[in-house]
Design a protein around this ligand. Structure first.
Ligand SMILES: Cc1ncc(COP(=O)(O)O)c(C=O)c1O
Length: 424
């Protein structure tokens, strides 16, 4: 009994201390934005050369085609070769597009809903459902919500989604037409899909004959450590399994060069590429071929992209290490938060005690640190346990990041201890 009183007293004491620490931090009037995964200024500077690399002579293809003019609706051959190597597919399996992979994903899904997919019997239309590994990328979920596609949560593990659940649902329900996947350095958990998961996605039976895997390979070269994990090629795996049209692969150079001024790509089977190119032909006469050429000249080849990404890693690796150190020092062993330091990508995913995420975001905001809203990593913005938060460490300079993490950790302690004390 006296032991319980002691521990209640020390919990209260711990809360008072944490409140004091937070009050002191609040007094420092921080204004730090940790909401979105944007590169920091130093990273953007790495690609300044792309702004001046293009000369008038570079505006012509090997056959003399004038890239300053209309044409090449699915991109120029030089960009398809570069992006094909980046994605691990052949150039003829590539559309080299405009500046945003999110636009390609959006338009691919809109096209499927309105007109159906290659080899499909009918438009997906009303009643379409999608599997959404959670926590996941809020903008994927926003596209589904906008199109009235019902989203079904699937638990995300360290090696990809819970495949027992995926297989069971996909085999059972013909309204389930697709699944979102960020296969390497997943947003936000940093999960890396195992070969077994890729194989199961490729081979599983689907009640919908026109089921698709939306394979958003946004972070394939975005390493943070010396590890260079490889994810099995989904197009090859699906082709070998007799489902060549199952994957739509997406990527972009947004977080390689300048976000919004990169080039995006969509890759897949020849049937998918023909179908998507046809749909795109109503939408645009062609992408920005000069920007595509700029990338080709700036990088030379995929090795040039890889060595460029090493420079990014050198800048942001220490930021991720600083976040991990702050979490470990302040919250380690306190049973208030769990997280894993990612090997790549742009985010930390932190799970708090149930019911604490929204309160931490509010409290951090009052202390001048803006975090991604609680729930953002879940379909419909609803985290059933209100416990997951996504931290985006890349934008703030490292000193600011340390300050932001001090605030974050103090908020987690205060909110957790308030919860524990109120239920003690
Ligand atoms: C998983 C994922 N896909 C796509 C994007 C956006 O890509 P883009 O700039 O090519 O539209 C992001 C940006 O944060 C992302 O995290």
């Amino acid at each position: 009994m006296s032991h319980e009183i002691d521990s209640d007293a020390s919990l209260k004491e711990a809360e008072d201390k944490a409140e004091h620490r937070l009050a002191a931090l609040r007094g420092r009037n921080f204004q730090i934005d940790m909401t979105r995964g944007k590169p920091g200024r130093e990273q953007l500077d790495l690609s300044n050369g792309i702004l001046t690399v293009l000369t008038p002579e570079d505006c012509f293809g090997a056959d003399g085609d004038d890239y300053r003019n209309y044409g090449f609706g699915t991109g120029i051959p030089e960009a398809k070769a570069l992006l094909g190597s980046y994605m691990g597919v052949r150039p003829e399996q590539v559309i080299a597009g405009g500046n945003s992979s999110l636009s390609l994903m959006h338009d691919t899904l809109v096209g499927a809903v309105l007109w159906g997919v290659a080899g499909g019997a009918a438009p997906w239309g009303e009643g379409t459902k999608f599997l959404c590994p959670i926590p996941g990328y809020d903008r994927h979920f926003a596209i589904c919500e906008r199109l009235n596609i019902e989203m079904i949560n699937v638990e995300m593990r360290d090696d990809g989604p819970d495949m027992d659940a995926v297989e069971a649902m996909v085999a059972e329900d013909p309204a389930i037409k697709g699944i979102w996947c960020v296969p390497k350095y997943s947003n936000p958990t940093g999960a890396i899909y195992s070969d077994a998961v890729v194989d199961r996605l490729a081979t599983m039976e689907s009640a919908a004959a026109d089921f698709r895997v939306f394979w958003d390979d946004a972070y394939t070269m975005h390493h943070l450590t010396d590890a260079r994990p490889k994810v099995k090629n989904i197009l090859e795996a699906c082709t070998a399994a007799g489902h060549p049209d199952r994957p739509y692969m997406f990527a972009s150079t947004s977080k390689i060069v300048h976000p919004g001024a990169g080039i995006a790509t969509l890759a897949g089977s020849e049937a998918n590429i023909a179908d998507l190119a046809h749909k795109m032909s109503f939408q645009t006469i062609g992408p920005d071929k000069l920007n595509q050429m700029r990338h080709v000249r700036f990088f030379g080849n995929v090795d040039g992209m890889a060595s460029h990404m090493e420079k990014h890693a050198a800048i942001i690796g220490p930021k991720f290490a600083a976040v991990d150190a702050a979490l470990s020092q302040n919250l380690g062993g306190k049973d208030m938060a769990t997280w894993k330091r990612p090997l790549g990508g742009y985010f930390f995913s932190v799970d708090l005690l149930d019911g604490c995420a929204a309160k931490v975001v509010r409290l951090a905001g009052e202390a001048g640190v803006t975090l991604t809203p609680a729930g953002a990593t879940f379909p419909y913005g609803r985290d059933p346990r209100d416990r997951n938060l996504r931290l985006a460490p890349t934008l703030p300079p490292i000193e600011e990041l340390r300050q932001a993490m001090a605030v974050f950790c103090a908020c987690v302690e205060v909110v957790s201890l308030r919860k524990l004390n109120s239920s003690a």
